[in-house]
Design a protein around this ligand. Structure first.
Ligand code: XIL
Length: 375
């Protein structure tokens, strides 16, 4: 063989082995191949991930998930910081990432009291605007965002966290100014802006009987008013001992009984001492060393308990797969999780499906093995 031929031979060999390696990788089962016939398997992305910069996380996302949701970049304070200014840069990038990877893209969230741009509900003097002005602002906000991504976003969290655990309405500015009607208005504006998008009500602590009662009523009322609500999102920010799994299941069944789908939209499980039982982002507690017991690694005994409880949740989701349309983890790896800073800033938590080195947790490995064994 002359030098040119040898070079060609090596090149072909290299290309062949690259292909072979690639094939092997894509054939390795991911979570979506294990669970994809049951429900969408989603994950929340931060902007390092949706921009492609965090390549290690992107590899995990591509292999394991078939749906993404925006962790922060579609929230009002980012996407609509001033009344006359929208900033779509990060949201555009996020939607493009989902499309390029063939994923179901979920928009989070249209109307929420947290991470709300400061101008939204008040006038220049800081006083609440009138009901008419707030309606107009909500309509502009929802119409502009939802129509921009019409046909590209599978579903929207239309209203987030409007109801308290006791079943009363949260005293947000939206509620102060418009009463309960802000919720139906939001659904109406969203459905007008994209008649094909799925529309969701999303909240935390959805297992509590009070919240369950009001959410069920809300779904029934929206439907009776001729509005579309496709699913109820149970966020699923849980701890190892809270909530009670039976209560969680009872809520899941109660929501499904209304005829809508149920989604687990922000699943994570803190492995740390629980200092409160809320996921309201402003309910924080000061750091103390005692609240951060595992800064280096999770002891095996705690890890075992954590994995067993995650398995119990996953089994529950699988048991109710006929009514669950999506299960989404709130972040890719432990290092990304908001739980490191909530409700106590600066802790080291272990809340997600992949560890800080992007390795699957034992319960995830077990799930993946089930699939390999089935082949
Ligand atoms: C969290 C994000 O994960 C954090 O990065 C951010 O600082 C605060 O919000 N319920 C929700 C999510 O609906 O939007 C919140 O996300 C977590 C609680």
């Amino acid at each position: 063989m002359n030098r040119k031929k040898i070079f060609c031979f090596l090149l072909t060999g290299a290309a062949f082995s690259a292909c072979a390696t690639r094939q092997v990788t894509t054939e390795e089962p991911g979570l979506k191949s294990v669970l994809g016939d049951k429900f969408l398997v989603g994950v929340a992305l931060n902007t390092h991930q949706s921009s492609g910069r965090d390549t290690a996380a992107v590899r995990i996302v591509q292999r394991h998930f078939n749906s993404i949701v925006a962790e922060n970049c579609m929230k009002c304070q980012v996407i609509h910081p001033q009344e006359d200014r929208y900033d779509f840069r990060q949201a555009d990038e996020f939607v493009k990432f989902g499309e390029e990877n063939g994923m179901a893209v979920i928009g989070h969230c249209l109307i929420w009291h947290s991470q709300l741009a400061p101008w939204f509900c008040v006038d220049k003097e800081g006083c609440n605007v009138s009901a008419e002005i707030l309606k107009q602002r909500m309509k502009d906000h929802i119409t502009t965002i939802v129509s921009r991504y019409r046909g590209r976003i599978k579903g929207w969290d239309v209203v987030n966290e409007a109801i308290m655990e006791d079943g009363s309405y949260r005293q947000s500015k939206f509620y102060e100014i418009l009463g309960e009607s802000f919720i139906s208005l939001a659904f109406q504006y969203a459905q007008e802006a994209d008649p094909d998008a799925e529309l969701y009500y999303n909240d935390y602590n959805m297992h509590t009987p009070g919240k369950r009662r009001t959410v069920v009523k809300l779904v029934n009322d929206l439907r009776a008013a001729g509005l579309r609500i496709t699913a109820v999102g149970m966020q699923g920010h849980v701890g190892m001992d809270y909530p009670d799994l039976d209560e969680f299941e009872q809520s899941l069944q109660a929501y499904a009984a209304t005829g809508v789908k149920v989604m687990i939209t922000e699943w994570d499980m803190s492995a740390l001492p629980m200092v409160n039982h809320t996921a309201n982002v402003s309910d924080t507690v000061a750091f103390r060393k005692a609240l951060n017991p595992y800064p280096e690694a999770l002891p095996d005994s705690v890890s075992d308990r954590w994995n067993a409880k995650m398995t119990a949740y996953m089994n529950l989701f699988i048991k109710h797969a006929d009514v669950i349309s999506r299960v989404t983890a709130w972040g890719v790896s432990d290092g990304d999780s908001w739980k490191n800073d909530f409700p106590v800033h600066g802790r080291t938590d272990y809340a997600l499906l992949f560890d800080r080195n992007y390795q699957p947790k034992p319960f995830v490995k077990e799930l993946l093995n089930t699939k390999s064994e089935a082949y």
